[in-house]
Design a protein. Structure first.
Length: 189
């Protein structure tokens, strides 16, 4: 009887735990602290970003991206980041998590859906995955975006992160953000 009770409790715990807390969800939260964005030619591409307060203790990204040129096989994309435990400029170290410099088409096929679309489509008008290459000219708005973490590491050490996303080719577009990452606190303790 005791074995059956233990088995039942174990199965019940697994069924309750796995869907929400144990099945590959990220163990961290973040707060955006600042953003910077630049374009080498605002006639071809213009980018404006900011951090906005959206609640008592919540912040989000907002911005506008205007693309007036064709992102073709000469357009390259890369992303990288640094981490600091203190936030001091001298303390930042390059992270192993990166998107190596590659053509925009390769980026669209390999990373767009799992990293960008899944995290930003709920708060923006970015193209559907089937329409991303070639990237349509137009104005894209990002309204109080809170990145949910899809496609990102499940575990991230606490600290300050500088994240960079760069597009080069006919025009250079650079987006950077500084984030503070904290470990999620468990509901049960």
């Amino acid at each position: 009887m005791l074995k059956r009770s233990l088995l039942f409790c174990s199965v019940a715990w697994i069924m309750l735990c796995l869907p929400d807390d144990c099945a590959g969800k990220r163990n961290w939260d973040y707060q955006p602290l600042s953003t910077e964005s630049t374009s080498s030619n605002e006639d071809l591409a213009k980018i404006e970003t900011k951090v906005e307060r959206v609640g008592r203790d919540e912040y989000a990204f907002s911005g506008t991206l205007v693309i007036n040129y064709d992102m073709d096989e000469t357009t390259m994309v890369e992303a990288w980041g640094y981490r600091s435990s203190s936030g001091s400029e001298d303390d930042y170290k390059l992270l192993p998590w990166a998107i190596q410099k590659q053509t925009f088409e390769k980026f669209a096929n390999d990373y767009y859906e799992k990293l960008f679309f899944n995290n930003l489509h709920h708060c923006s008008n970015i193209p559907e995955t089937k329409d991303v290459y070639p990237w349509p000219r137009g104005t894209y708005t990002f309204d109080k975006c809170v990145v949910v973490g899809d496609g990102m590491p499940e575990i991230a050490p606490e600290g300050y992160y500088k994240v960079f996303f760069e597009v080069t080719g006919e025009c250079r577009i650079l987006f950077s953000a500084i984030l503070q990452v904290t470990t999620k606190t468990a509901v049960l303790g």
